[in-house]
Write a protein that binds this ligand. Structure first.
Ligand SMILES: [Zn+2]
Length: 433
């Protein structure tokens, strides 16, 4: 163990030696202190000796190889967090101090370091912080270095610990280091590591979000909600809202950002449809313990839900208006495409119908398609290819001096002249990309 009590004060021998100018003489000094019985175990108060066969492995040990249960739990916890970076213990201490402050004024709240609380039961893993609120137990765990070489290992570690705590009746609350946060606001999208799937939680506020989405789906049964917000889903999403909490640390203050999201199919690139932009909460606000740790600002959540619903209603109206104006244009200018088609000298290489799962073809001829679109002579297959091209390579449009807006205008024009519903369908889909 790297800690001991010296003159009533907790010291960490690794920290002392690492910051010493003369390491060897410092080691000798503490070896003597320990031999003269001045250093004791903070848990059982037995005398400790200094062992320093190798500087990296320097530690205090109980005499004659004996140890006590809590010292063993401490060592096992230290081994467990050895994968974390230096921010981990800073964040843990701030959260611990805040929760301890609440413990003083709430008689049914107990807060303790995980290894201290569960050490006597000799657990395999310990949460950073243990909370018991009126009989309900929580395992608060902070995770840094979420993505490492071998993401699988992190995924397994998270799942194993969550399950281990759950099997013992504890709900795990994960706080994720913010450098993993990758948000694409324009597409209501949160890019994730696979490991982050296992760090989401289901809280009371998430259940309220589920209810809202259910109401909205009933009101707008034909609307693909994520798509209207610009989100590109791997598969149609089940509305099971979950939350994810990132910790942002600046010197000695930390805040938490709250994200409500719907996880997409678990395949790379891992992503989620985000319902909010992730508002920030002060740590003491986030950690207020009621039935559970609040982890939210109730007023802010109500505001976010209202905003989401009104954004959706606006988008639905826009969508409907657009469809109506397409139809009106079409009625005004019923221009048969057959004669226009004759002017086209070159036919597309995509003559056979492709399957629904077809993606953008790497050899796709964008300029050719645009030309045919302008001439209103685009075929169904070409329109479909164009759709997939724009969907997956829209940033390349600029290389051709085109913007989505230009394309939108051309499509608007073509829709006034093209009659075939199959072609119109793909063109309209492009407009909604
Ligand atoms: Zn001891």
């Amino acid at each position: 163990m790297d800690i001991g009590l010296y003159l009533g004060k907790l010291i960490n021998i690794k920290t002392i030696i690492n910051s010493a100018a003369e390491r060897d003489s410092e080691i000798e000094k503490y070896r003597k202190y320990a031999e003269k019985e001045t250093i004791t175990c903070p848990f059982c108060m037995a005398n400790l000796l200094l062992r320093a066969g190798d500087i990296r492995n320097i530690h205090f040990a109980h005499t004659r190889g004996k140890t006590c249960q809590l010292a063993r739990a401490y060592d096992s916890y230290q081994a467990q967090v050895s994968r974390e970076n230096t921010k981990h213990s800073v964040i843990k201490e701030i959260i611990y101090t805040d929760l301890k402050g609440q413990e003083r004024i709430k008689s049914d709240l107990k807060v303790e370091y995980g290894y201290k609380e569960k050490g006597p039961e000799s657990w395999r893993y310990y949460p950073d912080i243990y909370i018991n609120n009126n009989g309900r137990e929580f395992a608060v765990s902070i995770i840094t270095n979420v993505h490492e070489i071998g993401d699988d290992k992190v995924v397994q570690l998270i799942n194993r610990r969550t399950k281990y705590f759950r099997d013992r009746g504890l709900q795990t609350i994960w706080f994720v280091e913010d450098r993993e946060l990758a948000e694409d606001i324009n597409h209501n999208m949160l890019h994730l590591w696979e490991a982050e799937y296992g760090l989401t939680m289901k809280t009371t506020e998430d259940i309220k979000w589920d209810q809202l989405l259910e109401d909205l789906s009933e009101e707008f049964p034909d609307v693909n909600i994520p798509a209207l917000f610009g989100y590109q889903a791997h598969v149609p999403l089940n509305f099971d809202v979950r939350s994810l909490y990132y910790v942002h640390s600046k010197e000695d203050s930390i805040t938490i950002s709250v994200h409500r999201l719907i996880l997409d199919q678990k395949k790379t690139p891992y992503r989620a449809f985000s319902l909010t932009r992730g508002y920030q909460l002060s740590i003491s606000h986030a950690l207020i313990v009621r039935d559970e740790i609040l982890l939210s600002d109730v007023e802010e959540e109500d505001k976010e839900r209202t905003k989401f619903a009104s954004d959706l209603i606006l988008k639905v109206e826009e969508h409907r208006h657009r469809l109506t104006s397409i139809n009106e244009n079409y009625m005004e200018q019923p221009n048969p495409i057959a004669e226009v088609r004759q002017h086209t000298s070159e036919r597309s290489r995509f003559t056979s119908p492709t399957t629904d799962s077809a993606n953008a073809d790497p050899d796709f001829d964008l300029t050719g398609s645009i030309l045919m679109l302008k001439n209103c002579s685009i075929s169904e297959a070409e329109a479909k290819q164009l759709y997939y091209y724009v969907r997956f390579n829209r940033s390349d449009l600029a290389d051709y001096g085109l913007t989505l807006k230009d394309l939108d205008k051309m499509i608007q024009f073509a829709l006034g002249r093209i009659q075939a519903p199959q072609i119109r369908k793909w063109l309209v889909d492009i407009q909604f990309l």
